[in-house]
Ligand binder design. Structure first.
Ligand code: AMP
Length: 288
């Protein structure tokens, strides 16, 4: 595996291999890698001839009061994981290379970004879309891999690629979880021991929603009320949002007439954790 730190070096390295390759796969990350990232890389390796991964803590997707400075970093450990997962080129640029002096172009996806993380983190998706557009233009992959863990991000990136006729396919990969159900996340490393225990409430909200659906509940408000109650009972946790949306348009759904997506964001101590799951309502029996 080669580690490249400038846009030009990565472009050159890929150019030398592109002509005789059938498919280039790309996995963008912010590093401090775990088994969730590894699943994306392994799937890319299975489906592509060359795998490029990036590690870049993108400053433009962090709000002024967020954790950009303290975001965890460990390039040595990350490179080992990438090499093990079969990554060919690891791209690790610095911010001046990705945003040269005078950069003034941004990519905004409307609509899908109006709720959930888009509403809670103003400017976040603008930063995500802009850096992904830059990375897609540098790597020019055939397929790029994104986790369902960040479901709204996955849908926003798919929409950007569709709207801008970007010549690649976005592949969604299921969420990888810890044995107790907590979705793997680089930010889990912020949790103290007691917060880590308390964080179990996050997957529990999804489980509660699915149980209610299985018991025949069709009202979104009843499910979000139950989630509010569950989180309120955990003293270290604070619900930021729980919304039930159409999985394609991300518009809120009141009645679960068809498959929906539940999106939650919960603070555990100072750490913000997000998760989501599909909600598949029981078919309403046709009248006899
Ligand atoms: P991040 O480094 O957090 O920006 O994540 C980089 C990519 O890995 C994104 O596409 C995430 O959705 C994905 N990812 C993060 N955590 C997980 C997980 N637990 N399971 C699957 N994919 C994940």
């Amino acid at each position: 595996m080669d580690i490249l730190t400038t846009v030009n070096d990565l472009r050159e390295a890929i150019r030398a291999r592109r002509t005789y390759l059938k498919r280039i796969g790309f996995v963008p990350t912010m590093g401090y890698l775990h088994a969730g990232h590894e699943a994306l890389m392994r799937q890319a390796k299975e489906e592509c001839d060359l795998v490029v991964a990036s590690i870049f803590v993108n400053p433009t997707q962090f709000g002024p009061a967020e954790d950009l400075e303290k975001y965890p970093r460990d390039l040595a450990r990350d490179s080992e994981l990438c090499a093990r997962a079969g990554v060919d080129f690891l791209f690790h640029p610095d911010a001046r290379d990705m945003y040269p002096l005078g950069s003034s172009t941004w990519v905004d996806v409307d609509g899908l970004t109006a709720i959930a993380c888009g509403a809670a983190r103003p400017g976040h998706f603008r930063g995500v879309c802009t850096v992904c557009a830059k990375l897609f233009n540098i790597v020019r992959p055939d397929r790029a891999y994104f986790g369902e863990k960040d479901f709204q991000q996955l849908m926003v990136i798919k929409r950007m690629v569709r709207d801008l006729f970007m010549p690649l396919t976005i592949v969604g990969v299921p969420t990888v979880r810890e044995p107790d159900g907590l979705a793997m996340s680089s930010r889990n490393s912020y949790l103290s021991l007691s917060e880590r225990q308390a964080a179990r409430v996050v997957p529990k909200t999804l489980q509660r929603a699915r149980e209610m659906i299985d018991a025949g509940e069709h009202e979104g408000a009843a499910i979000t009320a139950a989630i509010e109650e569950l989180v309120a009972a955990q003293p270290l946790a604070k619900l930021q949002y729980a919304v039930i949306v159409d999985p394609d348009t991300l518009t809120p759904m009141r009645a679960l007439t068809h498959e929906a997506r539940l999106l939650v964001a919960i603070f555990v101590g100072a750490t913000r954790l997000i998760d989501n799951c599909a909600l598949v309502p029981k078919a309403v029996a046709p009248p006899a």
